[in-house]
Ligand binder design. Structure first.
Ligand code: ADP
Ligand code: MG
Ligand code: MG
Length: 866
């Protein structure tokens, strides 16, 4: 098996072996771009080494030696001799990009001797700059000595000598190197002088960095498997820190925040590696390069166009200029905000680079979720006082308590508080705190700083480089003009404008935006599954329709029985002593519900609306404490003791498995009769007003064919009678059932004989199939996940092998009886993309989900086809 590929041998198809960085370095080499030569040690080697460290001695070591020899002859330089010095970088790179999560070491190969000859070859300052950087990165990555400790030593020396490092004499440089080496010594390690030894240790350290804490957290967050490993790229160095015609930079080929087709990036003259993102000096915008090094700029434009055309996507490019010559060191599909994702996908399609279908696939449903997320209420914003403004690094609107550390962020959120993480600059160690924060604010760093990049990836609101803030992380204070803020103070952060506000500002959901409409229209053209909404309040119904629901898949009616006035009538009905009382209560309820249905149907108009008849257990409507019972007794003009006895009789041990759903409809047919009467009275009224309405009446919790036959029979009678009463020609309507019990799935062929439609209630079906109470699963699901007994909460993502199989069986049986029966899914998983893909496969007609999940679901149903 091949352990190492040179960039010339590598191929983009081998991304799983070469990692993203390695595969793209190979691809760019084939494209003829100026890439410093090198080789990639595969991800498999990483996993082999992590499983058994002996793998390194044999067989890997010999292969690395060979690869170095090849690199030496390719470059005509030497990695070990003191002449014509070859230095390399050792760069991590997994198959899925994990920016900054694993480690890289630059300038490998320098030592006490070679730095001298390197200085004669180039210049002294530069040579020692490289050597110091090597010692620092090596100490940090290989031995875990924090970077900052080296900086402290350097700064101390600078102050002691009262001059900048760039003005040091050779002796003074050597002094600093001595201090650095002492730091190694204090940590009971030594910096290896042998370049090969350096390379071996660095490689092992990069392998190990696959398992560092922040990389693990990042993988969990982005659902990247833990068994993939990282590749190690060994690449000959080019030096951006070798003078005024040298430099380094990072550029996105399009704006990663807004998506516009314009280069977006920064560079620093006379700088190396991560100087740009580390926010040490303030970088310049890429456009300025045109004036400073016009030829380099010209070349850069050519390469960046070439890369975008080749990858057919926005690229995030790292480059280095060495003495006026441009090198490309990395390219990858750039991370971007939700807004930019959408714009870039649509633009690329318009430019003819990708097809409509590809554009649909480029946008994930989660992106859509972010696009419809809140922004601050503009009216409230107008009166709010912005106390500082930074860079609008990642859009969104958030309010929360200030915290200064990742630990505090976790601590606060564990208590249910919303937090805003405020730091000078974030580093990969902060990842856990960033995940739980509503927003991230930094006082330093640019649009490509760590905070900005990570926040955009997570869809978290972020304001970066807010320089007006003096953030003191130890004292836990922020000074800004005449404001002093401390931990726990509430601020609001606008990631779209970069403004920070004192106190809370209410947020609202943005209007449906045009580009989103465009994409979703394309999605609708491809989709087979329809998307309906679970909604019953007028506002939710309207939102659902605005978001493009093709109908209502589940309108519950419970709410029509609650509220002081209504629940009293329901209670009167349940506890009624005589026929007269029953009729009184029913008439009242009928009036209420008729008005409700009228408004609901009018909102939905000609779109189908599934209305579910009353479902919850009886006891939910009854009072339980003595005081409330006393009041009720008074209202009903009865003795409290008699009411109490009656209520006691209605108690159930297991209400969710008790007297509910159609069981209630069978024992108390008057309630269901009243409900359909209310539905059809209002439907007929609307028909008379000239509207077409299509109510679909759904009977819950059926487990037996006879139950459905019985209920459907009296419902039909009532509906027909209602049409007669109004002297109107009956219009089409349907009576179907909710399939939410395992038994109903098994006898679906029988149920289909008398049902006009099916809708799977996946919440109850999951509950009844697992025997997990939906209300109690929270107590153990996290432990189940930790112990890897279950991967996901089955109430959020369909359990395909259990509940899914039952649904599949039921669909098959139902279609045997009635080939074209309408079959839908309502319940939480109806809006989950992964579950949607399964529903597409088994021939469901529509999914139904809550209104805010509709845009994402419209996209997911299209992606399920493509
Ligand atoms: P990351 O994955 O964290 O971006 P990289 O491996 O890309 O880490 O390297 C970190 C920095 O070092 C980048 O700015 C990169 O451009 C620079 N770098 C890496 N290898 C070389 C090299 N051979 N010559 C010059 N600069 C390099
Ligand atoms: Mg990089
Ligand atoms: Mg149910």
């Amino acid at each position: 098996k091949k352990l190492i590929y040179t960039f010339n041998e590598g191929h983009i198809e081998n991304k799983h072996l070469l990692g993203g960085k390695g595969a793209n370095l190979a691809e760019m080499t084939h494209l003829g771009l100026p890439v410093p030569q090198g080789f990639t040690i595969t991800t498999e080697c990483c996993m082999n080494y992590l499983a058994d460290t002996a793998f390194f001695e044999k067989p890997l070591k010999a292969e690395v030696l060979k690869a170095i020899q090849t690199l030496e002859s390719e470059t005509g330089k030497s990695f070990t001799s003191d002449e014509n010095i070859l230095l390399v970088s050792v760069r991590s790179g997994a198959a899925f990009s994990m920016p900054g999560m694993m480690d890289t070491i630059l300038n490998l190969g320098l030592n006490d001797l070679r730095v001298q000859s390197f200085a004669t070859l180039t210049n002294m300052n530069f040579a020692f700059d490289c050597y110091r950087r090597l010692l620092q990165m090596f100490g940090d990555v290989v031995y875990g000595i924090h970077k900052e400790q080296f900086n402290v030593l350097l700064h101390q020396t600078e102050s002691r000598l009262n001059k900048k490092v760039t003005a040091f004499t050779e002796e003074e440089h050597l002094d600093v190197i001595e201090l650095y080496k002492n730091l190694f010594f204090k940590n009971k390690v030594a910096f290896p002088q042998d370049p090969m030894e350096q390379l071996f240790e660095a490689t092992k350290a990069v392998f190990k960095s696959w398992n560092n804490q922040r990389a693990k957290v990042y993988r969990n967050l982005h659902h990247i498997p833990h068994h993939l490993g990282t590749a190690v790229n060994v690449q000959s160095m080019v030096f951006g820190n070798s003078g005024d015609e040298s430099g380094t930079g990072v550029v996105f080929t399009r704006n990663p925040s807004e998506g516009e087709n314009k280069l977006f990036g920064e560079f620093l003259i006379n700088a190396q590696g991560e100087d740009v993102v580390a926010g040490i000096r303030t970088p310049e915008p890429i456009e300025s390069l045109q004036a400073i090094l016009p030829e380099v700029y010209h070349d850069f434009i050519e390469y960046s166009n070439k890369l975008e055309q080749h990858y057919k996507d926005m690229q995030d490019i790292e480059f280095t200029i060495e003495n006026g010559k441009l090198y490309i060191l990395q390219t990858r599909n750039g991370k971007r905000t939700a807004k930019a994702t959408l714009k870039i996908a649509l633009d690329l399609a318009a430019e003819g680079l990708i097809s409509k279908k590809e554009a649909i696939m480029r946008v994930s449903p989660e992106v859509i979720d972010q696009l419809i997320h809140p922004v601050f209420d503009t009216k409230k914003l107008a009166t709010a006082e912005a106390f500082a403004t930074g860079l609008p690094a990642s859009p969104g609107a958030a309010t929360g308590s200030i915290v200064f550390t990742a630990e505090k962020a976790k601590e606060y959120t564990a208590l249910g508080k919303k937090v805003i993480l405020v730091r000078q600059e974030t580093s990969p160690e902060d990842i856990e705190g960033m995940v739980v924060s509503e927003a991230i604010v930094t006082s330093r760093g640019g649009m490509t700083s760590h905070a900005a990049v990570v926040a955009r990836g997570m869809g978290t609101c972020c304001v970066a480089g807010c320089e007006a803030l003096t953030v003191n992380e130890t004292a836990k204070t922020i000074l800004c003009g005449n404001h002093t803020l401390t931990e726990g103070d509430i601020i609001s952060v606008d990631g779209s404008t970069g403004s920070l506000y004192l106190g809370e500002i209410p947020a609202i959901v943005p209007e449906n935006d045009q580009s989103l409409q465009q994409l979703l229209t394309w999605a609708d053209e491809c989709a087979e599954l329809k998307v309906r909404a679970n909604a019953e309040t007028l506002q939710d119904l309207q939102t659902a329709i605005d978001f493009g629901a093709t109908g209502i898949g589940l309108a519950r009616t419970e709410h029509m029985f609650f509220g002081d006035e209504r629940v009293l009538e329901m209670r009167r009905l349940i506890l009624a002593k005589d026929e007269q009382e029953v009729q009184f209560a029913l008439n009242k309820l009928l009036d209420f519900q008729q008005e409700d249905f009228y408004q609901m149907l009018k909102t939905v108009q000609d779109k189908p609306m599934v209305i579910r008849l009353l479902d919850p257990p009886m006891h939910e409507f009854l009072p339980h404490d003595t005081h409330e019972i006393k009041i009720l007794a008074e209202q009903l003009n009865r003795y409290p003791s008699s009411v109490e006895k009656q209520i006691e009789k209605l108690q159930e041990t297991n209400p969710m498995l008790g007297h509910r759903g159609c069981r209630l409809g069978i024992t108390e047919p008057l309630i269901y009769q009243m409900q359909v009467k209310a539905i059809f009275n209002s439907a007929i009224q609307l028909a008379k007003e000239g509207l077409t309405v299509s109510p679909e009446v759904m009977v819950p919790l059926i487990s037996e064919k006879e139950e459905l036959d019985y209920v459907k029979n009296f419902l039909t009678e009532t509906i027909e009678a209602t049409f007669k009463e109004h002297q109107i020609e009956p219009f089409p309507y349907e009576i179907g059932t909710m399939i939410e019990l395992p038994r109903a799935c098994i006898i679906a062929d029988q149920l289909a004989e008398n049902a006009d439609f099916f809708s799977f209630g996946t919440n109850d079906l999951t509950q009844m199939t697992f025997g997990f109470s939906r209300d109690d699963i929270g107590k153990f699901i996290n432990i189940y996940k930790e112990k890897e007994i279950m991967k996901q909460d089955p109430f959020q993502v369909l359990d395909q092998s259990g509940v899914g199989e039952l649904i599949k069986l039921a669909v098959g049986k139902a279609r045997q009886t009635k080939e074209n029966m309408m079959i839908g899914i309502c319940g939480e998983v109806g809006g989950n993309p992964e579950s949607i893909a399964f529903f597409q496969q088994i021939g469901i007609d529509y999914v139904s989900c809550s209104p805010y999940r509709i845009p994402a679901a419209r996209l997911a149903v299209a992606q399920a086809v493509l």
